[in-house]
Design a protein around this ligand. Structure first.
Ligand code: HEM
Length: 369
């Protein structure tokens, strides 16, 4: 990957894409770029290039950004999400796959259904939702192509939900926000493939490391998957004035990138960074060095929802054991990071020996914490 080659040059380097860009991945760079919303603007960044993200909160800049987040945030805090736990667990139980299944496909269908439940009480037309979200799974150029008729149909369907929302749905709680339908559409897109790909990778790694198949230690596994495969692998901003970083001057209108992927695999920050080792999250994590959901005021609006979906979707698999059959988990870069796939895994009833192994892992992680 071009980025990994660039990272050999140091913590900050230049790339020539269709326009010159400056990339950094060390904590001090992440802190600089993500904390100052006045200097590092979203308008003109990569998000503007795809119709899925070009709108709503994603392209709102300071000072309007803060007020808009204050309107949206409370509805996506853990406390507000709690009433959905039970309904989402039911969705997953209804969707459990056969003994042998392809994890990426199962994760996509299940996350789509779970998001529909939270956003619209499960009422949105399933075919329309699938048609709208599926291009996000595909490589360049699919997520970037304009699909005006499809987007107009999707917006109308969301507007209808906002006008007559399912009780308790996000369509109801966000209905009072300006451009509610656009916010819901952008959030749905931002939350779909990111969460689905993370879930697929988690299933694959649990199948290769069945000793981690334990509900108690799922949060550590989820963090480790988000570290190795941050689906939001690259974030971008545009400078609104000249910024001096060390002895380098970045002129106004410079496109700057931060990369959770590079930060998460930096050997300066992580020991043996390429290794899957959820136990590392029983300890502390490097400040501004672990940012699967970004950081600062623009941090992912769906952080708690994504974590909740992942935990609930993975829990039933901990009742048994998973085995990797065949697959390619290598990350492929696109709008988001996705596994090469397919990822074929098998569910098996738990054996006493592996249950004992899992208990030991759980105890070790609890001791470390
Ligand atoms: C594992 C799943 C997810 C990952 C890895 C992820 C990652 C990210 C990242 C890295 C950002 C910051 C982008 C930047 O700095 O420019 C972000 C922003 C955002 N995410 Fe997520 N996301 C996930 C799930 C979700 C979900 C479920 C939602 C649904 C509500 C969502 C909605 C958003 C929105 C609306 C923003 C823009 C926030 C703003 O600009 O203020 N994401 N996400």
């Amino acid at each position: 990957m071009l980025l990994q080659e660039g990272a050999q040059l140091g913590g900050m380097f230049r790339l020539r894409l269709w326009r010159p860009v400056v990339v950094g991945y060390r904590p001090e760079w992440n802190r600089l770029v993500l904390r100052d919303l006045e200097t590092f603007r979203s308008r003109g960044s990569f998000s503007a290039l795809t119709p899925y993200l070009a709108g709503g909160i994603v392209l709102t800049d300071a000072p309007a950004h803060r007020e808009r987040r204050q309107a949206l945030n409370p509805h996506l805090f853990t406390r507000s999400l709690r009433p959905w736990e039970h309904r989402l667990a039911e969705v997953v139980e209804r969707s459990l796959p056969p003994a042998r299944f392809e994890a990426l496909e199962w994760a996509s269908t299940t996350v789509r259904t779970m998001l529909d439940e939270v956003f619209f009480g499960g009422r949105l037309d399933g075919d329309l939702l699938a048609a709208f979200l599926n291009p996000l799974h595909r490589g360049f150029p699919h997520p970037f192509l304009p699909r005006r008729r499809l987007f107009a149909r999707m917006t109308r369907a969301i507007e209808a939900e906002v006008a007559d929302p399912a009780p308790g749905s996000l369509a109801e709680s966000l209905g009072h926000v300006d451009d509610a339908a656009e916010e819901l559409r952008v959030s749905l897109a931002a939350g779909f493939d990111t969460t689905a790909h993370t879930l697929a990778w988690a299933l694959w790694h649990l199948s290769e490391h069945p000793e981690w198949c334990d509900v108690e230690t799922l949060p550590l596994v989820i963090d480790e998957i988000l570290r190795l495969y941050p689906s939001g692998w690259l974030g971008s901003r545009v400078t609104s004035c000249e910024v001096v970083v060390g002895d380098v001057a970045l002129p106004t209108d410079t496109l700057v990138l931060y990369s959770p992927f590079l930060s998460h695999r930096d050997p300066v920050l992580w020991s043996d960074p390429q290794r899957f080792d959820p136990a590392r999250f029983a300890g502390s994590r490097p400040a501004w060095g672990f940012l699967p959901f970004g950081a600062g005021e623009r941090t992912c609006l769906g952080t708690h929802l994504a974590r909740m979906i992942l935990r609930i979707a993975l829990a039933p698999f901990c009742r048994g054991e998973l085995r990797a059959v065949a697959g390619d988990p290598t990350p492929k870069a696109g709008l988001t990071l996705r596994p090469g796939g397919p990822l074929v895994v098998e569910r098996r009833p738990v054996s006493l020996a592996s249950a004992e192994g899992r208990r030991r892992v759980g105890e070790r992680a609890a001791d470390d914490a």
